[in-house]
Write a protein that binds this ligand. Structure first.
Ligand code: GLU
Length: 472
């Protein structure tokens, strides 16, 4: 029994909170979210915190924060798997009562010996079903037991995966795995199936490292007579060198990219395109993504994570972004850089500067950093490179430039350029030769927007004062 086309779509993202929200997890979350939003269904969040030793509150917070940053919101309240252990156990007992599961009293020593023997005989190491047909009364009184699923021993199981196509395994390869441990705690395999069923999940979109689990999970679903979900196992993300993504490739938590000044929209777009495509479209907005997303667009081979491409895309997003949005996004780091809050006037100045600032920045940190010159207090602290530009001839030149600019009535790009050009012409120098010392004096550094833009943004009085400061 499977879900019907007409059933409302329900997806879920089910992270284990043992670390930050890494790139692969973020992409899985996005695909689930997009699929549900595309179909007008529900996207649910389940925190798989059953491994108490490895799950931390810190990781839960990092995952929630990362999802929030990416703009992924979830329907209903998040489900915490650990809170549902009783329900998981109840299902195991239901399977037991129906004869689809059985008690296994094999001791750990016995099982270790069984595996040793299988190894010696070069047979696959799996539970051999030794308690499958035995009566529990054969076990010593009060002996601990686990509950195992009674799986099919012949035939094969086929999953029609929405990404991988038909994938089959022989049923004989699936052993009678454990549902409930001897301490009564549910295994991960049991918990996932019960939760997905109870949450009404229709589509399971997750990394293809879970494909093997899917057969076990399906065996349990069939034993319970529950509806089978549509499976979509997406290929993992690899590093630029083709090897499985690891920290070595710069695979960090999404919050690290936020802290590097990547825009959420750029990250979203980049991750979306990593393993999913819509023709040759590179720039895809969230609205387009929702309207276009489908599992048929998911590629079958692993995609490669390329930090450079992400940075380039981010630069494009910055250039396309609304100035007001960029003001909002850069204000916290500017304030941190300045050690004070921006006033309304400061923010307005930032807004005016944004068109020229954003044309050069690859990330939001750079953008914030490049705007600091607007707010520096005179006399400016020059960085080392800027200082080295201001030798005596340069300082004299600044004096002439100052004189020519001081008499201008019209403080415009054209007028200031003409005034500076007159000096360059007289000294038979290119404009660039003058621009660098001017930049050093006006911004305290050697990189900034175009020098005439800088003059306009700073205004006549502040520009003249900054130039004069460096002539002495
Ligand atoms: N909790 C699992 C993980 O983080 C995902 C399980 C699933 O999607 O079925 O890898």
């Amino acid at each position: 029994m499977t879900f019907n086309e007409t059933d409302p779509v329900v997806t879920r993202f089910a992270p284990s909170p043992t670390g930050f929200l890494h790139i692969g997890g973020a992409r899985t979350a996005m695909f689930n979210w997009l699929f549900a939003r595309h179909h007008g269904g529900k996207a649910l969040l389940r925190i798989e915190d059953t491994d108490k030793a490895r799950s931390t509150q810190e990781a839960i917070d990092a995952i929630l924060e990362g999802l929030d940053w990416l703009g992924l919101n979830w329907d209903d309240t998040p489900v915490f798997q650990s809170a549902r252990a009783e329900r998981h156990a109840a299902v195991a007992h239901e399977l037991l009562a129906a004869g689809n599961a059985y008690k296994c009293f094999a001791t750990p020593e016995e099982l270790a010996a069984m595996r040793e023997q299988q190894k010696a005989e070069k047979k696959p190491m799996r539970y051999d079903g030794r308690w499958r047909d035995r009566d529990p009364s054969e076990a010593p009184d009060g002996a601990p037991y686990v509950i195992r699923l009674k799986t099919q021993t012949s035939g094969k199981m086929t999953i029609t995966d929405a990404v991988q196509g038909d994938v089959s395994v022989q049923n004989s390869e699936i052993d009678d795995f454990i549902l409930l441990r001897s301490d009564g705690s549910p295994t991960y395999m049991l918990a996932v199936v019960v939760d997905d069923h109870d949450m009404g999940v229709t589509h399971l979109i997750r990394g293809d490292d879970h494909l093997n689990n899917a057969f076990r999970q399906l065996a349990m679903i069939q034993a319970m007579g529950w509806k089978e979900p549509v499976y979509a196992h997406i290929p993992l993300i690899h590093g630029n060198d083709g090897a499985k993504l690891s920290k070595r490739h710069g695979a960090l938590g999404v919050e690290a990219y936020r802290d590097m000044g990547i825009m959420s929209d750029a990250m979203f777009n980049y991750l979306l395109r990593l393993g999913w495509g819509h023709g040759d479209d590179e720039f895809i907005s969230r609205a387009q993504a929702i309207s276009w997303f489908g599992l048929d667009g998911v590629g079958k081979s692993p995609s490669r994570f390329d930090t450079k491409k992400l940075q380039n895309l981010n630069g494009q997003y910055i250039r396309e972004a609304q100035d007001s949005q960029l003001v909002g996004l850069t204000t916290p780091s500017i304030e941190q850089g300045l050690g004070r809050k921006l006033t309304l006037e400061d923010s307005e100045l930032l807004g005016r500067a944004m068109p020229v600032l954003k044309s050069r920045a690859k990330n939001l940190l750079e953008l914030a950093n490049n705007s600091l010159f607007l707010y520096k207090k005179r006399p400016l602290d020059l960085d080392e490179k800027a200082q080295s530009l201001l030798d005596d001839p340069a300082r004299q030149m600044l004096e002439s430039i100052h004189a020519n600019l001081a008499v201008l009535d019209n403080w415009t790009i054209e007028a200031t350029e003409e005034a500076v050009k007159a000096i360059a012409d007289a000294a038979e120098l290119g404009l660039g030769k003058l621009a660098q010392p001017m930049r050093a004096a006006l911004t305290g550094s050697t990189s900034s927007p175009g020098i005439f833009d800088v003059l306009i943004l700073l205004g006549k009085e502040e520009s003249l004062d900054r130039l004069l400061d460096q002539t002495k």
